[in-house]
Ligand binder design. Structure first.
Ligand code: GDP
Length: 297
């Protein structure tokens, strides 16, 4: 995976040195921890997250059962593997559906994070899983945003509910749910407005929508190419609005994506999907273990 290429290479190099070792001393473990720490920091993983991670792995790796085992090198590798999976959430986190449809997903995030594209991708993915989604255009501040969602909807053959830009997003969101119920849509995906930066106005509006439509999932779309900003954005949205999960976009990008790894550890909220490209089919459910095996090779 492009954004993790550098990290992946470095970690694999370190692991290679350990793999065949018949004896591992505490000094070997220390040296390896130093290399892993550097690799993670270079990949832009959040400093505190790296520190905690290294502490956990070190503690387990210098344990008696590892140093005295027959395959200590491999045991240490297994610990790194396990702890990385933990860092990314351990189990796959699925979206939840209401027993009384329509289920409502509210998509939030900064402008440019990939929110509108992701709304379309998610609708597409959910349709493949048997849902009948309705996309809702609630970004009334940028006429281009409504149009963009309509274009996405057209490409997918998925209806887009819009009421132009003269009503409030809260009213549009409420109306969309009535509309969905009357048209047998069992899933409503609301594309909300984003701003370039987090501000009170944006948060108030999102809170209003949240309080009036009670979404089953608030999904925060985070651009993994924005480095530590991605972590700060995730943290602020979660503190002010409360989110249920994250979608990391642009994992196919070519900048260091390590920050993305930290979002789960910093916010405590799971990564539910990852965006792997610009096409409307480029969205995948997120599996921590699969991501780690991609990184560790
Ligand atoms: P919004 O302002 O948050 O609604 O963002 P958009 O949906 O308009 O996306 C901004 C840009 O990011 C567009 O050019 C998208 O094609 C692109 N984009 C979104 N998701 C991905 C992704 O996973 N990978 C890549 N390479 N580009 C993406």
């Amino acid at each position: 995976m492009a954004v993790f290429e550098g990290l992946s290479e470095k970690l694999q190099e370190t692991m290679k040195k350990l793999r065949g070792k018949g004896r591992v001393t505490e000094k070997d473990v220390k040296e390896m921890m130093r290399e892993i720490k550097l690799a993670l920091l270079e990949a832009d993983v959040n400093f505190k997250v790296v520190k905690d991670f290294i502490a956990k792995v070190s503690e387990r790796a210098v344990g008696q059962d590892v140093l005295e085992s027959l395959t200590p090198g491999q045991q240490v590798i297994k610990i790194v593997n396990d702890e990385l999976i933990d860092l990314m959430g351990r189990e796959q986190s699925k979206v939840s559906f209401s027993s009384r449809p329509p289920t409502v997903f509210m998509m939030v995030g900064l402008q440019g994070s990939g929110k509108t594209t992701t709304s379309g991708k998610l609708a597409n993915l959910m349709r493949k899983q048997g849902k009948n989604p309705l996309l809702v255009a609630c970004d009334v501040y940028r006429p281009a945003a409504i149009k963009q969602l309509q274009v996405v909807g057209n490409q997918l053959g998925i209806p887009v509910f819009s009421m132009g830009d003269s009503l409030s997003p809260v009213d549009i969101a409420k109306a969309s749910i009535e509309h969905a119920a009357s048209k047998q849509h069992d899933l409503v995906i609301i594309d909300t407005a984003g701003r370039l930066h987090i501000d009170e106005g944006l948060m108030d509006e999102l809170l209003n929508i949240k309080n009036s439509v009670k979404p089953h999932e608030i999904l925060l779309v985070v651009d993994s190419m924005t480095g530590q900003d991605a972590v700060n954005v995730a943290d602020s949205f979660n503190k002010k609005l409360g989110v249920d999960g994250m979608v990391l976009t642009k994992l196919d990008g070519d900048t260091r994506g390590g920050a993305a790894i930290s979002t789960k550890a910093v916010t405590g909220k799971p990564i539910k999907f990852v965006g792997m490209g610009e096409k409307l089919s480029d969205l995948e459910p997120f599996f921590p273990d699969r991501m780690v095996s991609r990184i560790l090779g």
